[in-house]
Design a protein around this ligand. Structure first.
Ligand SMILES: [Zn+2]
Length: 104
């Protein structure tokens, strides 16, 4: 393909050469599109794994998750949610920890 580009700098390509060059450019374009799709799939997979890992870290060693929260009404297994405002609590509510016997 590079030879054809070099030739195109010096003279007019024959129809056969032009068709070869067109095929080469199309093959390159397809290759780039496939690489882009592959990259997007890999990035999506990595993000899902990161989120799952973060969820596991958040819920590991949290026996209070087994009971529902009477403060925010989060069900068993679900993380506590904001009672006021929109910021997710970084820890489970104290009432829940007490109910689960984690705190006394
Ligand atoms: Zn709660």
């Amino acid at each position: 393909m590079e030879q054809l580009v070099d030739a195109a700098e010096c003279r007019r390509l024959t129809p056969v050469e032009a068709a070869d060059l067109r095929r080469g450019v199309k093959a390159l374009r397809d290759c780039l599109a496939a690489a882009g799709a592959q990259l997007r799939r890999a990035a999506g997979k990595a993000e899902r794994e990161r989120d799952e890992h973060a969820r596991q870290l958040l819920t590991a060693g949290q026996p209070a998750l087994d009971v529902a929260c009477r403060r925010c009404e989060a069900g068993a297994g679900a993380w506590c949610r904001p009672v006021a405002g929109a910021v997710m609590p970084r820890t489970l509510h104290v009432a829940r920890l007490v109910d689960a016997g984690v705190l006394s």
